[in-house]
Write a protein that binds this ligand. Sequence first.
Ligand SMILES: Cc1cc2nc3c(=O)[nH]c(=O)nc-3n(C[C@H](O)[C@H](O)[C@H](O)COP(=O)(O)O)c2cc1C
Length: 511
Amino acid sequence: MSTEPFAAIYHQRTKYHPETINQGHAIDWSNPPDQFKEYAGAPRFELRPFLPTGESEDWQATVNLQDKEGPFSLPQLSKLLFATNGVTAMALSGGQKLLFRAAPSAGALYPTDLYLVVRNHADLPDGVFYYHVRDHALLEVYPEGLGPDGDELFRRLSAACFNDPAIAVADVALVATAVFWRSSWRYGDRAYRRCLLDTGHVLGNFDIIAPKLDLFVTATAGFVDHEVAELLAIPEDKEGALAVFSLHEVGEAEDIKPGPSARASSDVEPKPSDDAILGIHGASSIRRDSADKAVAHDREGEDFLLNPKYAFASGTKLKTSDTDLNEQIEIAILRRRSTRVLNREPLRLAELADLLAFAYRPDLSLPPEQQPRYFDTSLLETFLVVNSVQDLEPGVYHFAPNFMELLSVREGSVRNEIFHLALGQELARDASVVVVHTADLEAATKKYGSRAYRYLHLDAGHIGERLNVGAIRLELGVSGIGGFFDDEVNELLNIPEKELCVYITCLGRAQ
Ligand SMILES: Cc1cc2nc3c(=O)[nH]c(=O)nc-3n(C[C@H](O)[C@H](O)[C@H](O)COP(=O)(O)O)c2cc1C
């Protein structure tokens, strides 16, 4: 077996280079992927009657989060799922209806699906339910009477998550998966990166909306893959589970002890028949027969808020204003769209500070157990490419979230360079600030094996979604960028080869 973790091999293989970018994957336009799964004849539970919005024409301006029946009632689950991944916009193109969702997705291909596992519910039978996004309905995955009973479902789910005590006592759990082909149809082998980033965005919405609905949520992405896939009855050669959440009433938070959020993978070498995506998903899986190697991540002290490596000696301190972005943030989720054209106008320094504080230092008045549920943010670094911000010189900065501080790493405008490395996308050229997430892949895989690749992209997507929603809340423009010349990002940031660019987000003012 190769000593190099497959994540490093996959990453290398899926880099974009200026010389080869146009020789890549051919898109079969005659065979676009379905964006929804159908479960013919499955019992359905409609959530549409409980859409979370008001009656007004500007329906995205009002969201009714009122809770009369408890956080797990169908109206509340409807709001939770809608704001996490529901259809929030529609467009007609060539006579076809295009549906846009609460979370952004590379190429609007939407690989992420959500499943609920439920027991002891007033209005739902015990079971596993597929969230059908277009219909805003829950479809029962197991034919009636054939699935395990509720206690067995939760016993198996918590066992798959290394006996996670929070899952063992929950009555509702949520699992996020990715259907690989939806994204690989267009992006070929590189699609696994986008599946993870897209799913991270969906989780970002979930994490913002859950506390607003009086829910306390625990998260893990360290589980025995096959056992979770089997429970959801998903085809493992097409779809993979990426994250498991247990849901509880907020008042129970003190008594719930979540298990580790991340664990190391078994790193079994891909089979010769595996394509690159099945290869990386398989290599980053945790297997039952080597589960004893799945070393757990101890969250304590590892969060990037506390990480001492960010203690820069001196830098530019960012000062936030009094704006509370958390207030009515749910409206921003429903209104969110990716900005298509930015206009180069400068951001104010306080806007940038407020947005970064919202994205990285979520409501510190909340207790630690109610902070966002990342997998391991200690692996991520953030750089800001500043094109145009009032009172801040253009250049490249390293950002220290714990001190809200910027350390200059390169002086002078790099507008042309960022434009080029973002595949010549004008969004990057015309952004006021481009946020670049990077990580030391060698260190990350030392800790978690190839599974680190999942955590890096899920967490970067999650922060990316906080940047998206926060920007919309501040009436700024924003868009993710998943396509970039990888090695040129390293050159621009002056970081070594073992480090990788995970994700890019453009911020600015909309045209
Ligand atoms: C991971 C990811 C990568 C993306 N990459 C790009 C990109 O390279 N260029 C771009 O213009 N938009 C990009 N987008 C934005 C999507 O095109 C957009 O989310 C999608 O068209 C849906 O539209 P909406 O965000 O307005 O709902 C990306 C979004 C995500 C989540």
